[in-house]
Design a protein around this ligand. Structure first.
Ligand code: HPA
Length: 271
């Protein structure tokens, strides 16, 4: 899979926009569809790693083209540990994508990151197990070790923050995303441990997506929508019904930020 690295953008501290910017959005829980878009075509890619989560739609919003992939499938049937993250990233790479705007619904751990908060994380701790998490594992491709000091691309992070600002929506700049295996939620003791480790947010889908994007030299950032307090941080158990309500309210704001970030990435050449 050496060609995965064939891209003019670098993905570390000093990134520059590629000459041709092609943006993909990866939608998570609550964002399997994207309304208000002129859909131009639908791609059904096969990759050396199998099929991605579903069709990849190509659309246009306000004159800006982008790709959209629903991480859990169009019918939201794929559990976090069953998602073929390698196929998703390889398929986007094959379509010429250079930048990824990912959306993750998460639990809040930091006191300032309760339900309804939006966060652009800047760090990750990976607690997942047994997920295919590399293109360069010596089997799928040559053994290699990427730098992952800063897991999220600074230009994509900045575009998301600027977009939130333009939309007049509050968004936390930075946070540590702890990625658990799922699909069950955490125990109270696991949440205490995550907090002790320095995690501000907990989700199930941030990894290995972010490191695969880095391996493929795709510039990757995430917008996290906090949909519940982490387990044991409130007196009541986590209710999927309540999560559903918060997701429904929050995703309109997330969509607004995504299309504004798309415009920033596509049009702001001084970036
Ligand atoms: N834990 C893990 N993943 C999640 C949570 C949570 O509390 N909420 C939304 N995704």
């Amino acid at each position: 899979m050496g060609d995965l690295r064939n891209n003019t953008g670098t993905s570390q501290g000093k990134t520059q926009l590629s000459p041709e910017v092609r943006v993909a959005m990866i939608g998570g829980t609550g964002l399997s569809e994207f309304e208000g878009v002129d859909w131009l075509s639908t791609h059904y890619p096969e990759t050396p790693f199998g099929k991605p989560s579903g069709p990849i739609k190509e659309g246009c919003y306000d004159g800006n083209r982008f790709f959209f992939l629903a991480r859990h499938g169009s019918d939201h049937s794929l559990a976090p540990h069953k998602i073929n993250y390698r196929a998703n990233i390889a398929a986007l790479k094959a379509l010429g994508v250079t930048h990824i705007l990912a959306v993750n619904a998460v639990g809040g751990l930091a006191p300032s990151m309760g339900p309804h908060t939006l966060v652009i994380p800047d760090q990750v701790i990976d607690y997942t197990v047994a997920r295919e998490s590399s293109f360069y594992d010596g089997v799928a491709g040559p053994l290699d070790h990427i730098d992952f000091t800063d897991p999220y691309d600074p230009i994509v992070r900045e575009a998301l923050l600027l977009a939130a600002d333009k939309c007049g929506l509050a968004c936390e700049d930075g946070g540590v995303y702890g990625c658990t295996q799922g699909p069950r939620l955490e125990t109270a003791a696991e949440v205490r441990r995550l907090k002790k480790d320095g995690c501000d947010l907990v989700g199930m889908t941030g990894m290995p997506e972010a490191c695969l994007a880095r391996e493929a030299q795709l510039q990757y950032g995430s917008i996290c929508a906090v949909v519940n307090w982490g387990a044991g941080l409130t007196d009541s158990p986590i209710s999927m019904e309540e999560i559903g309500e918060v997701v429904a309210l929050g995703m309109n704001n997330v969509r607004a930020i995504l299309v504004a970030a798309l415009a920033v990435l596509m049009n702001d050449s001084g970036h």
